[in-house]
Write a protein that binds this ligand. Structure first.
Ligand SMILES: NC(=O)c1ccc[n+]([C@@H]2O[C@H](COP(=O)([O-])OP(=O)(O)OC[C@H]3O[C@@H](n4cnc5c(N)ncnc54)[C@H](O)[C@@H]3O)[C@@H](O)[C@H]2O)c1
Ligand SMILES: [Zn+2]
Length: 463
């Protein structure tokens, strides 16, 4: 299980108090616990004045009496911890999609509210909790307990972590398991995990008994800010990714940003590339916040940043939500804006063996290429270009083509794209930050030039 390290509290003399913590434990504390569970962490390491000491959580007596002084200090910090405060009000983003309208609730600690929201959404019958081998050990029991506390009968279906599980084989295995567990058309699916689980479980829900409801509980950045919202479900086939799927909107989304703290750092960083994309096309001010978070990443998020995560995630969901509302089935230009940085990114992704570069990493490269072409074709100011590049760079996302990528092969893959017709491709460019346009003017030569540009060292400047 990966561990996150972050500054949990700071005094004037940094780093005076640092907690190495791992999320996911609930500690009930007498009356306090009755009012609202205090979300705490497994404390791995506590350091004061440079002296590191280890306190495996299980050995910390977390009762009101008999605590050693150091534990009292940790308790004090936790009492000041913001998670209780952020439980309410819970940022909620509503998606107005007619009969398929739903809400996305974002809050630290909201994993414990899945049962509550399921009842509120009038979901009846049994719940089929679909999750993966990485996520289940960390959060599966909590979500199951929340559903059982709300009087649901729950069956759990764990698939292997990773893209390989987005397959028809896994669909039929999960469907068989659900039938054996007694699910019928009154049941609903709970998708707990990253984008892989969300896409797979959404697809299972869309075909089980010709379609049953499902809810999305995304646990990766990618899933919280992107894939859990919009209703696209899919599985892969040998000929390509996402070639079988459906539009099936969830009944609600519950995103608990605390779950992001257990992501492997590389996965956390790559997911943030999608937030940079959102910021570039719709909310330039968010770039500042992302750079602040990036600065903290080497030691981990500070408490105040953790407190701000829900509104940041909600802001991202809102950007996607407004675009989905305008163009639910991807029939107009507007949903294409979400492809900013993706056209060349996909070409690069397809040119290396699957998994060598993560999706957000190729999106970062694709964004740099798109900025270059935006400057050339629609006059994107150099200052705007620099600001986005600085943000990607501070997140340590790649801006230069790695040696293993052959630009000619990447270009071939882009040209094979069905959107490429008559030597031109529909390409999302930025006129300025926050103002995307779909251009028909980008040629194959432009793409080759942009890929060559990715071979050069980016010139980063102060924005
Ligand atoms: N439906 C859509 O609109 C849409 C949009 C974008 C991407 N996608 C799909 O999403 C998938 C990628 O999503 P992803 O990046 O979340 O990949 P993922 O689901 O594979 O998750 C990445 C890794 O992180 C692990 N993980 C997830 N949450 C964790 C947590 N809280 N703590 C520790 N580990 C955790 C997973 O087990 C996995 O190993 C792709 O299949 C892509 O096609 C779909
Ligand atoms: Zn993407």
């Amino acid at each position: 299980m990966s561990e996150q390290r972050f500054a949990a509290a700071r005094t004037n003399r940094r780093p005076a108090v640092t907690l190495r913590i791992r999320p996911g434990k609930i500690i009930r504390e007498g009356k306090r616990g009755e009012q609202g569970r205090l979300i705490c962490f497994l404390r791995k390491e506590y350091s004061e004045g440079g002296n590191n000491k280890n306190f495996p959580c299980s050995r910390i007596p977390f009762s009101r009496d008999g605590c050693p002084a150091s534990v009292l200090l940790i308790k004090l910090l936790l009492h000041r911890c913001p998670f209780e405060r952020t439980m309410s009000p819970m940022p909620t983003v509503s998606l107005a999609l007619g009969d398929h309208s739903y809400d996305a609730h974002v809050s630290n600690g909201s994993l414990d509210s899945v049962g509550f929201f399921s009842r509120r959404a009038r979901l009846s019958g049994k719940a089929a909790l679909i999750t993966d081998t990485n996520v289940y050990p960390q959060y599966g029991e909590r979500v199951k307990r929340s559903l059982e506390d709300a009087d649901y009968v729950v069956s759990v279906h764990v698939v292997d972590a990773g893209e390989k599980s987005k397959s028809l084989d896994t669909v039929s295995r999960v469907v068989e398991e659900m039938i054996r567990a007694g699910h019928d058309r009154t049941s609903f699916v709970v998708a707990l995990g990253g984008g892989v689980v969300g896409d797979l479980a959404g697809f299972v829900a869309s075909v089980y008994y010709r379609g049953i409801p499902y809810v999305q509980i995304p646990t990766s950045v990618m899933a919280q800010v992107d894939s859990s919202v919009g209703g696209k479900t899919a599985v892969d086939v040998p000929s390509g990714k996402n070639l079988i799927g459906s539009f099936h909107q969830p009944r609600f989304v519950v995103a608990d940003p605390i779950t992001l703290l257990s992501l492997p750092e590389r996965v956390l960083r790559e997911g943030m590339a999608e937030m940079v994309k959102h910021a570039a096309i719709r909310r330039p001010k968010m770039l500042v916040t992302l750079r602040q978070l990036a600065d903290e990443l080497p030691i981990g998020f500070s408490l105040s940043s953790i407190e701000r995560l829900p509104s940041l995630i909600a802001e991202n969901i809102e950007i996607k939500a407004r675009i989905v509302e305008e163009d639910e089935r991807e029939l107009a230009d507007v949903r294409a804006f979400l492809n900013f940085g993706h056209t060349l990114g996909h070409g690069i992704e397809a040119s290396v063996p699957y998994g060598e570069l993560l999706h957000g990493e190729v999106v970062s490269l694709g964004i740099r290429a798109a900025l270059f072409l935006s400057h050339k074709h629609v006059g994107l100011p150099a200052r705007d270009e620099a600001e986005v590049l600085n943000t990607l760079s501070s997140l340590q996302l790649p801006l230069q083509l790695p040696e293993k990528v052959d630009p000619a092969s990447a270009l071939q893959h882009v040209k094979a794209d069905k959107k490429f017709r008559g030597g031109k491709i529909r390409f999302v460019l930025l006129k300025k930050l926050g103002e995307p346009v779909v251009s028909e003017e980008v040629t194959s030569d432009d793409l080759a030039e942009a890929l060559a540009h990715l071979g050069t060292t980016p010139r980063l400047r102060k924005s």
